[in-house]
Ligand binder design. Structure first.
Ligand code: SAM
Length: 255
């Protein structure tokens, strides 16, 4: 396969078995069903099959399917599918909940994670490897350098999130240019209704693209300083310091 196609598919395969075992060990014993995204050559898949009776995998690269089919007799169900678009409900709904394990392709790691996050109905625990900078943006707390929209979405849809460990480029072939990190997420029903959350994210997205401005300036002309105070927030604060609850309060005060 050409280098550019391999890159587009984010094909950096894990070759360090110790890392593979550490990823699998972050899963819970229950539920005993795991969705793997991008099994590639199956190194993590084999480890998962040793621990769980049921593994369902979505792989986009047709050229890798033949190798994976050998694992079907051991409990693997493999689907040639795009994890960005494949409808999850028909595949997973009946047996839900599941856990997720993946060494996500860098190219589409964030949009895939964004698809999984709100599905607390399908997923109990999500263990995924991402580029370290992206992992930091997922788990960041208000006021931290990496805190932004992705962290707010994570805060809305999960009860717990942490970076478990980081992985150097030498653990993969070919070697990526960046360090990777494994994160553990526990999806949970959000404390706020969906419409209110969407409105909060709209405000946050607008303000966070103007990170150096004060909240009052960053939100002009959507919200005035009085409304920001009514929401219990400081109009002079920087947008990245505002927690999810603050954006939700602001969305409630209205423009
Ligand atoms: N799990 C293997 C490992 O750890 O060695 C492979 C991980 S590799 C970083 C990412 C895998 O995701 C590749 O096998 C790639 O073909 C697959 N992939 C890329 N984009 C995908 C998508 N949208 N849906 C499903 N699989 C995808």
């Amino acid at each position: 396969m050409g280098r550019s196609r391999r890159q587009r598919l984010g094909q950096n395969f894990l070759v360090d078995r110790g890392v593979v075992r550490r990823i699998a060990a972050l899963l819970d014993h229950e539920p005993p069903r795991v969705l793997e995204i991008g099994p590639g050559r199956g190194v993590l898949t084999v480890e998962l099959l040793e621990r769980f009776p049921r593994v369902l995998a979505l792989e986009l690269d047709e050229g890798l399917l033949a190798g994976l089919e050998e694992l079907e007799g051991r409990g693997l169900e493999i689907h040639h599918a795009d994890a960005l678009t494949e409808p999850l409900e028909p595949l997973l709904g009946e047996e839900a909940p599941w856990q997720v394990a993946a060494n996500l392709p860098y190219s589409v790691g964030t949009p895939i994670l964004r698809r999984l996050l709100p599905r607390h109905d399908l997923f109990r625990r999500v263990v995924v490897m991402l580029q370290r900078e992206v992992a930091e943006r997922v788990v960041a707390r208000p006021g931290e350098r990496a805190h932004g929209l992705l962290a707010l979405e994570r805060a809305a849809w999960t009860r717990d999130a942490r970076i478990a460990f980081s992985v150097p480029p030498g653990a993969f072939r070919p070697r990526p240019r960046v360090v990777s990190s494994v994160i553990v997420l526990e999806p949970a029903p959000p404390a706020f209704d969906r419409e209110r959350l969407e409105a909060a994210f709209r405000l946050a997205r607008h303000a966070l693209t103007r990170p150096r401005k004060t909240l009052a300036n960053a939100l002009k002309p959507l919200v005035d300083a009085g409304a920001i105070e009514d929401a219990g927030l400081d109009p002079g604060a920087r947008p990245a310091t505002v927690p999810l609850e603050g954006w939700v309060a602001l969305a409630g005060v209205g423009p």
